[in-house]
Ligand binder design. Structure first.
Ligand SMILES: *[C@@H]1O[C@H](CO)[C@@H](O)[C@H](O)[C@H]1NC(C)=O
Ligand SMILES: *[C@@H]1O[C@H](CO)[C@@H](O)[C@H](O)[C@H]1NC(C)=O
Ligand SMILES: *[C@@H]1O[C@H](CO)[C@@H](O)[C@H](O)[C@H]1NC(C)=O
Ligand SMILES: *[C@@H]1O[C@H](CO)[C@@H](O)[C@H](O)[C@H]1NC(C)=O
Ligand SMILES: *[C@@H]1O[C@H](CO)[C@@H](O)[C@H](O)[C@H]1NC(C)=O
Ligand SMILES: *[C@@H]1O[C@H](CO)[C@@H](O)[C@H](O)[C@H]1NC(C)=O
Ligand SMILES: *[C@@H]1O[C@H](CO)[C@@H](O)[C@H](O)[C@H]1NC(C)=O
Ligand SMILES: *[C@@H]1O[C@H](CO)[C@@H](O)[C@H](O)[C@H]1NC(C)=O
Ligand SMILES: *[C@@H]1O[C@H](CO)[C@@H](O)[C@H](O)[C@H]1NC(C)=O
Ligand SMILES: *[C@@H]1O[C@H](CO)[C@@H](O)[C@H](O)[C@H]1NC(C)=O
Ligand SMILES: *[C@@H]1O[C@H](CO)[C@@H](O)[C@H](O)[C@H]1NC(C)=O
Length: 688
C-alpha cells in the first residue's frame, strides 16, 4: 500500500558542479598505492606496556595449571570496605584472580568513602574464576550514582581463557574507567589463526594454509567454523573488495591437519583472486567482547588499547549516554612468533557494537583497524506485530530479543513495505502468552523468525490515529527511545578492515572529522537492516568533514532490504546534511542517496572515483558510471560539490561530466539538467 504517490518518474542526467578539474597535484591520495596513513598501525609507536614473556603458551598453560596456588591480592575485602579515596588493588606477582578482583570491586564500589580503585601498574595474567563472566568483572549492585574512578594506568591484562570476555562493567552509573592500559589474550587463547595460503585447488574448492608460529592453529583450523580474509603479503593491506566476501568454510567437514602447522579445508564456494602467497586471517566465531558496557549509564572508558578479542572490541547493549575516548582497537604491534610475522587481526567482529542505547554513544579520537567486521555499528531492534487491538489502542509485540522499552517510551510502527504508520507513546505494558491465531506462523519480513519461539508484550498506546488501523500481523515496530539516538562519532581513524566504517541506524547525531581507509564495505552507511532485525531509518544527522579513501563504496543514506532489492519507496530517512566530505578512490558506488527527504549535499569532493574499467555496480538499479545516485528522494539540495579526476585514474569509467542520476526524485535543487531520458530505461538497464 502506497500512501504517498511518488510523483512522476523523472530521470535527468544533471550537472551543475564545478566539474572535472584536471589536477596533477600529488597532495591527493593515489589509487592503490597506500599512503603512510594506511600503514599507520605499523607506524604507530611499536610500543606496548606488555611484558611479552607472559604472552606465550607455556607461561599461560603453567598459569592455568597452577590456578589453585594463586593467592588473592594483598588487599583484603576489609581494605576495600573500610578504605578511603582511591583504593589500590595489589595483585600477587603477575596473577590476578578474577573472582578476587570482582569481589574487591563490588565491595569498594559499595563503600561510599571510596572514590575509586586502582590496579598497581604491571603485566598480569587474569584467570577465569567468575562463572560465565568476563575476566575483569565489575558489577554495580547498589544504587550508588556519584562519580567512581577505575584507574588501570600502566596495566597490561593478558586474558587466559578464550571462552570468556575481557572486561565487563555492569549496571553501573558515572564510572570513569581509564588508562592508559592495554589488553589481549595469551597467544594460545587467541580467537583467530593467521598465516599464508600455500596451496589452492579451485576445482575441489580446497585450500592449504600454513599457520604462523604461536597462533592456535589446531583449535581454530580444526574445530571451529571459520571465515577467512586475505591480505597482501607486502603491504599487509586487506585485499579489497575483490573478493568482498571471505572464504567461508562453515562446518568442520573437509578439514585436515597436515602437520608442521599446515592445514587444509574446503570452502563453500569459489572465492576469486586468492593467490598462493597471500596472507590470511581465519576468524573463529565465539563472540567474546573486549570491553562490555552492560546496561551502563553515563560512564566513560578512555585511553585503552584492545589488541585482540574474539568478538566485538567494545559492546554496549542498552546503554545511556556513555563515552569512549581514545580507544585503540588494533593488532598487537610485535610478531608473536620467531617468524617475524606481524599480527593482522584485532577484534574478530565489529570494533564498536552499540545496540538498544537509550541515549546514544560518544566515540572520539579512537583508532580502529584490522577488525573482522564493521568499525562502528549502532542500532536498535525491530519487533514484530503479533496482534492488533484498535479498540484498546493496543498492539501485541513479538520478539526474541530483550525488551528494554518502558511506559513513557515511543514506538514507531511500519507496514511490511516499510511505510511508516505512526509513532506513539506507550502508556502501559505487560507480558502475555502467544496469541492463539498466530501459533505455528513464521515471519515474512524477519527471515527465519518463528512466532512460537518469541516472547510477547502487550503495549497500550496514548493515541490511535487512523493510519494505525492499517497495522497488521507481521508488520514491525521499533523504539526511538532505545535506538541509540543522540550519538556522536568524531575524529576517529578507521581502516584496513573487513566491513564498513560507520554503520548507523540511529538518529539525532553527528559523524564528523573521521578518516576512513581501505575498507571492504561502505565508508559511511546509514540504513536499517531488516535481515538482522536491526532498526531504524535515520533522521537529523550531520555528516561533516569525513574522508573516505577506499576502493570499496563511499557513502549511502538509504535502505537496503536485500542485495538485489530496490532501494525502498518511502522517504523514511530525513534531515541529513552532508558537508565537506571527501570520497577518494572508490571503484564502486561513491555516493548513494535513497529513500530520503530533506537532504543537503554540500562541498563534497570526489577524487579519482570509478577508476577501474568494469561494471562495478552493487545493485541493478544503479546506473553504470554514476557518481551520485539519487533514487526515491523528496527534497535534496546540492551545492559546492566537485569531482576531481587526474592522471592517476587509470581506467576511468565514471560519467564525470554528469555525475548525478535521479530516479523518482522530486524537489531537487542546485543541479542543472543537461539531458533527460526515460527513467525506467535507466533504472532497468543492466548496463551495456
Ligand atoms: C542496578 O543499579 C540500580 C541503581 O543504579 C539499582 O537500583 C538496581 O538494584 C541495580 N540492579 C541490580 C539487578 O542489581
Ligand atoms: C579476480 O578474479 C576475477 C574472476 O576470477 C578475474 O576476472 C580477475 O582478473 C581477477 N583480478 C585480479 C586482479 O587478479
Ligand atoms: C606474495 O604473494 C605473491 C602472490 O600475490 C607471491 O607471488 C609471493 O611469492 C608472495 N611472497 C611471499 C613472501 O610470500
Ligand atoms: C554524567 O557525567 C558527567 C561527567 O562526565 C556529569 O557532569 C553529569 O552530571 C553526569 N550526569 C548524571 C545524570 O549523573
Ligand atoms: C552525557 O555525557 C556527557 C559527557 O560525559 C555529559 O557532559 C552530560 O552531562 C551527560 N548527560 C547527562 C544527561 O547525564
Ligand atoms: C584527533 O585524534 C587524534 C588521534 O587520537 C589526536 O591526536 C588529535 O588530537 C585529535 N584531534 C582533536 C581535535 O581532538
Ligand atoms: C577535518 O577533519 C580533520 C581530521 O580528519 C581535521 O584535522 C580538520 O581540522 C577538520 N577540518 C575542519 C574544518 O574541522
Ligand atoms: C567546511 O569547510 C570550509 C572550508 O574549509 C569551512 O570554511 C567551513 O566552515 C566548513 N563547514 C563546517 C560546517 O565546518
Ligand atoms: C562550503 O565551502 C565554502 C568554501 O570553502 C565555504 O565558504 C562554506 O562555508 C562551505 N559550506 C558549508 C555549509 O560549510
Ligand atoms: C521508481 O518509481 C517506480 C514507480 O513507483 C517504481 O516502479 C520504481 O521501482 C522506482 N525506482 C526505483 C529505483 O526505486
Ligand atoms: C560500464 O561503463 C564502462 C565505461 O563506460 C564500460 O566499459 C562497461 O562496459 C560498462 N559496463 C556495463 C555492464 O555496461
Amino acid at each position: 500500500m502506497v500512501s504517498r504517490k511518488l510523483v512522476a518518474i523523472i530521470c535527468l542526467l544533471l550537472s551543475a558542479w564545478e566539474g572535472v578539474q584536471a589536477q596533477e597535484s600529488s597532495a591527493l591520495p593515489a589509487l592503490h598505492k597506500p599512503r603512510a596513513e594506511e600503514f599507520q598501525h605499523y607506524l604507530w609507536p611499536a610500543s606496548t606496556l606488555a611484558d611479552t614473556r607472559l604472552a606465550h603458551s607455556s607461561a599461560s598453560k603453567a598459569f592455568r595449571q597452577n590456578n589453585r596456588r594463586l593467592l588473592a591480592s594483598t588487599n583484603t575485602a576489609a581494605q576495600a570496605e573500610n578504605g578511603e579515596g582511591v583504593i589500590e588493588y595489589r595483585p600477587v606477582g603477575f596473577n590476578i584472580d578474577s573472582g578476587d578482583f570482582a569481589t574487591f570491586f563490588a565491595i569498594a564500589h559499595a563503600n561510599k568513602k571510596a572514590t575509586g580503585i586502582r590496579v598497581a601498574p604491571g603485566t598480569y595474567h587474569v584467570n577465569d574464576n567468575v562463572p560465565d563472566q568476563s575476566h575483569i568483572y565489575m558489577r554495580c549492585g547498589d544504587d550508588r550514582e556519584d562519580d567512581f574512578e577505575v584507574d588501570f594506568t600502566g596495566v597490561f591484562f593478558y586474558f587466559t581463557n578464550w571462552e570468556h570476555a575481557g572486561i565487563q562493567l555492569e549496571n553501573c552509573t558515572n564510572i570513569d574507567i581509564h588508562g592508559p592500559f592495554e589488553q589481549t589474550y595469551t597467544n594460545d587463547q587467541l580467537g583467530y589463526a593467521q598465516g599464508t595460503i600455500v596451496g589452492i585447488n579451485e576445482d575441489a574448492l580446497e585450500y592449504t594454509v600454513e599457520v604462523d608460529e604461536e597462533y592456535p592453529g589446531e583449535r581454530v583450523m580444526m574445530t571451529q567454523a571459520i571465515a577467512i580474509s586475505l591480505f597482501h603479503n607486502d603491504t599487509l593491506l586487506i585485499k579489497s573488495p575483490d573478493p568482498y566476501m571471505d572464504i567461508i568454510v562453515g562446518g568442520t567437514d573437509g578439514r585436515k591437519s597436515l602437520g608442521n602447522r599446515k592445514y587444509s579445508f574446503k570452502a563453500r564456494g569459489v572465492t576469486p583472486n586468492v593467490t598462493v602467497g597471500d596472507y590470511f586471517v581465519a576468524r573463529g566465531n565465539l563472540g567474546n567482547n573486549g570491553l562490555r558496557f552492560e546496561k551502563v549509564k553515563n560512564c566513560t572508558a578512555r585511553d585503552m588499547t584492545i589488541f585482540h578479542t574474539d568478538g566485538f572490541g567494545v559492546y554496549e547493549p542498552f546503554g545511556r549516554n556513555n563515552s569512549f575516548l581514545n580507544i585503540q582497537i588494533r593488532p598487537f604491534p610485535y610478531p608473536l612468533g620467531r617468524d617475524g610475522k606481524l599480527p593482522l587481526c584485532s577484534s574478530s567482529w565489529d570494533g564498536f557494537h552499540i545496540t538498544g542505547a537509550h541515549s546514544g554513544t560518544f566515540i572520539k579520537n579512537s583508532y580502529i583497524v584490522n577488525t573482522g567486521d564493521d568499525a562502528i555499528a549502532t542500532s536498535g531492534f525491530y519487533y514484530l506485530v503479533a496482534a492488533v487491538d484498535p479498540g484498546q489502542k493496543s498492539v501485541t509485540i513479538a520478539t526474541d530479543r530483550e525488551i528494554t522499552f518502558n511506559p513513557g517510551d515511543l514506538l514507531t510502527f511500519y507496514a511490511q513495505d516499510t511505510e511508516r504508520l505512526g509513532t506513539q507513546t506507550i502508556t502501559k505494558m505487560y507480558s502475555v502468552e502467544e496469541p492463539n491465531e498466530i501459533s505455528g506462523k513464521t515471519s515474512e519480513i524477519a527471515t527465519d523468525f518463528k512466532y512460537d519461539d518469541a516472547d510477547f508484550m502487550k503495549v497500550f498506546l496514548d493515541q490511535w490515529p487512523a493510519n494505525m488501523n492499517r497495522l497488521r500481523f507481521d508488520d514491525s515496530a521499533s523504539s526511538p527511545s532505545n535506538n541509540g539516538d543522540g550519538f556522536a562519532f568524531v575524529n576517529n581513524t578507521i581502516g584496513n578492515l573487513r566491513g564498513r566504517g560507520v554503520l548507523c541506524k540511529s538518529s539525532n547525531g553527528v559523524i564528523a572529522h573521521n578518516r576512513f581507509f581501505n575498507l571492504k564495505g561502505f565508508g559511511i552507511i546509514m540504513s536499517p537492516e531488516h535481515l538482522w532485525v536491526e532498526s531504524d531509518f535515520v533522521n537529523n544527522v550531520l555528516v561533516l568533514n569525513n574522508t573516505i579513501n577506499s576502493y570499496a563504496p563511499g557513502m549511502w543514506l538509504g535502505m537496503a532490504p536485500s542485495a538485489e532489492g530496490m532501494p525502498g519507496m518511502y522517504t523514511n530517512n530525513y534531515n541529513v546534511d552532508f558537508i565537506n566530505n571527501t570520497v577518494a578512490n572508490c571503484a564502486t558506488s561513491p555516493f548513494l542517496l535513497t529513500s530520503a527527504a530533506g537532504i543537503t549535499v554540500t562541498n563534497t569532493t570526489f577524487v579519482n572515483v570509478l577508476c577501474t574499467q568494469k561494471d562495478m555496480r552493487n545493485y541493478d538499479w544503479e546506473v553504470n558510471g554514476t557518481i551520485v545516485m539519487v533514487a526515491n528522494v523528496k527534497g535534496v539540495t546540492f551545492s559546492g560539490n566537485s569531482v576531481i579526476k587526474d592522471a592517476r585514474c587509470k581506467h576511468p569509467y565514471g560519467n564525470y561530466d554528469h555525475p548525478v542520476v535521479l530516479i523518482n526524485a522530486t524537489n531537487v535543487n542546485g543541479l542543472v539538467a543537461k539531458t533527460s531520458v526515460d527513467s525506467l530505461l535507466q533504472a532497468d538497464s543492466t548496463g551495456g
